[in-house]
Ligand binder design. Structure first.
Ligand SMILES: NC(=O)c1ccc[n+]([C@@H]2O[C@H](COP(=O)([O-])OP(=O)(O)OC[C@H]3O[C@@H](n4cnc5c(N)ncnc54)[C@H](OP(=O)(O)O)[C@@H]3O)[C@@H](O)[C@H]2O)c1
Length: 326
């Protein structure tokens, strides 16, 4: 009897270009919505976690749309439980949902009483990453993608405007529900957003380290899409526009139309779709990709260094210990 020839193991780029199961948050609007359309057209199978039925309806029937309201940890846990029961491996886990409500004077609260920005942008994603990790590790050439923002970094143009990101001693988080800011300070909506994006990077850092130290490797791609101001009335600046319609209109006119410092939702969506599938082809460890402005109408997407605070292993461990499940 002759032995059948062994099939050579598929190269990683082949594994990445074949249809993947991609699970996203924040796929019902803006950058994520654009990414979803591209990924569907490329033949990937998508699960998009949606806040409610209306968001799911906007996405149509070509994909799976479990309900997961990120402002309610009970809804997040319920959704994670259902996904674990279905036990379908995830090839790419994309944590992209996010909100800000710049200009607001008063904090808004999640169902469990956490400030809404940190609750949706960080706490819900922390639960998802921990709960869904077993399914991700069963995936083919698995990767984790986390959408952050350059405003997490006080040395960047966006990060310099207003109060800078900074988590202090995490005393606001330690307080639990009712803490308006992670550092225990008075509420500031812009800083709350920057802090949440810093938390995204620290979470990405710690999940990669934890797995590496357990002898398992998972590529983790954190990224910043640049400034994306859609022309529609919806999207990322919808809440901020309600607070300050004139200021936001002026900001859009100057940044997008005069100085041309912005990225289009379509191109940002293409960058996200690339990170979820094939670009970079063979990532190792943690990488931070940033879509940096070089000049009017000129952006470059490449590997960057996040802020010093985002590179702190100690802070990443402490944040995980406080907001993680264990
Ligand atoms: N736009 C920018 O200039 C910019 C710059 C840097 C980083 N980012 C980051 O890029 C990511 C995507 O932003 P975008 O510009 O595409 O904004 P967007 O159009 O407002 O999309 C945000 C997404 O998050 C979802 N989301 C918000 N709250 C949720 C909740 N409670 N439960 C479930 N889903 C929820 C939204 O769902 P609904 O459709 O139901 O609202 C939507 O799908 C965010 O993480 C943001 O921080 C954006």
């Amino acid at each position: 009897m002759t032995a059948s020839p062994r099939q050579p193991a598929p190269r990683s780029d082949e594994r990445l270009s074949s249809p993947r199961h991609i699970l996203l948050t924040g796929g019902s609007s803006g950058i994520g919505f654009q990414a979803v359309q591209r990924l569907l057209d490329a033949g990937h199978r998508l699960t998009v976690l949606c806040r409610d039925g209306a968001a799911a309806d906007r996405l149509g029937g070509r994909l799976s749309t479990p309900i997961c309201d990120l402002s309610d940890l009970t809804s997040v846990e319920r959704c994670a439980e259902a996904l674990l029961t279905a036990a379908e491996p995830i090839d790419s886990l994309v944590l992209n949902a996010g909100l800000q409500y710049s200009g607001a004077r008063e904090p808004r609260w999640s169902a469990q009483g956490f400030e809404l920005t940190i609750a949706v942008n960080h706490l819900a994603h922390q639960v998802l990453v921990e709960r869904l990790l077993p399914l991700l590790l069963l995936g083919t050439a698995p990767r984790l993608v986390v959408t952050s923002s350059e405003v997490h970094d006080p040395s960047t143009a966006g990060g310099r405007v207003g109060q800078p990101a900074g988590l202090g001693d995490l005393s606001g988080l330690r307080q639990g529900p009712g803490g308006a800011m992670v550092n225990g300070g008075p509420f500031n909506a812009e800083k709350a957003y920057k802090d949440s994006k810093l938390c995204n990077l620290l979470m990405a850092r710690d999940v990669e380290r934890r797995l590496r130290e357990q002898g398992q490797s998972l590529p983790v791609l954190a990224w910043s899409p640049g400034l994306v101001i859609p022309r529609s009335s919806g999207g990322f600046f919808r809440d901020s526009r309600r607070q300050n319609p004139f200021g936001q209109a002026l900001f859009a006119l100057v940044a997008r139309d005069l100085l041309r410092l912005t990225e289009t939702p379509q191109r940002a969506g293409a960058l996200l779709a690339g990170l979820a599938t094939s670009s970079p082809p063979d990532p190792v460890g943690l990488q931070y990709w940033s879509n940096r402005v070089l000049g009017p109408g000129r952006l470059r997407f490449d590997v960057s260094e996040p802020s010093a605070e985002a590179r702190s292993d100690d802070l990443a461990r402490e944040l995980w210990a406080l907001t993680g499940r264990g």
